[in-house]
Ligand binder design. Sequence first.
Ligand code: F6P
Length: 327
Amino acid sequence: MSEEIRSIGVLTSGGDAPGMNAAIRAVVRSALYFKRKAFGIYRGYEGLIDGEIREMDYPSVAKIIQRGGTILQSARSMRFKTPEGMKLAYENLKKAGIDALVVIGGDGTFRGAEEFSNVYPVRVVGIPGTIDNDLYGSDFTIGYDTALNTVVEAVDKIRDTAGSHNRLFFIEVMGRDAGFIALRSGIATGAEDILMPETETSIDELVDKLRHNRRESKTSGIIIVAEGDELGGAYEVARKVNEQFSGYSTRVTVLGHVQRGGSPTCMDRVLASLLGFESVKAILNGQNNVMVGQVDKKIVYTPFAKATKHNLTINRNMLEMARILSL
Ligand code: F6P
């Protein structure tokens, strides 16, 4: 293992995700186990530029595995996109004696990490931490499972009141420009339809299906709408449906940031611990500019340039199954 790496910094960046704390804990304790120093960098790249860096020890990450959010906080940084910002960041790393970085975040995080690592001699390894699950190189990203369970719990509650009032609910879920949260939560809640950016949304087809459901005496229903759907969010889709079909009393619920919080599930805690541990091993084994992920139960390293690209495709078989099962 690389002897030249003496200190490892860790930061969280982009939208926070449940399980980030479990990953932070694993990175810190793995670094200390391998006799390296560990440093927490607060508020992502923005805090790195401002020098918000603190040395971490075992107690620094005690009792956080079960906590949502990130003790290191997060921020989006426009300054890190500038040469001046990156230079300040590098100078702060040097001042602290940090020679390697673990960055926990999504595609924006890794784009920044790759540019930084191409300019400055800092080894960088990424951990996929986003509820969107929109990264290539890991079956699941940290936070995705918890967000799904949050959505399922909320939609089950909405289905109760939809049934009481014979209403059709359009429920908007997060995912920025990906439909992975929509797809699995829609299947898990038996949604009548799932609208997402990866598939062409036809209001006419949706209305036909709703007419069919009405005739079949389906007196209430749930339509899951990914926030990035090309027709716009749930309010826009509901408006367009209501213009063509008045067979249901409709309501809209936007779940919003409730999907970003909460105590991480066991799945997310285990994934985060595994990827945190493996990210430190990757650094000490000389890896650089890669995201650590788990694919088919195996640890894989994916170059940032590939991980950040949307090489992902939605599982259309699952979508077809969802439509068949919701007829
Ligand atoms: O990337 C995670 C995410 O929650 C997206 O699903 C969502 O579109 C975005 O972050 C919201 O960003 P913000 O928290 O800055 O409003």
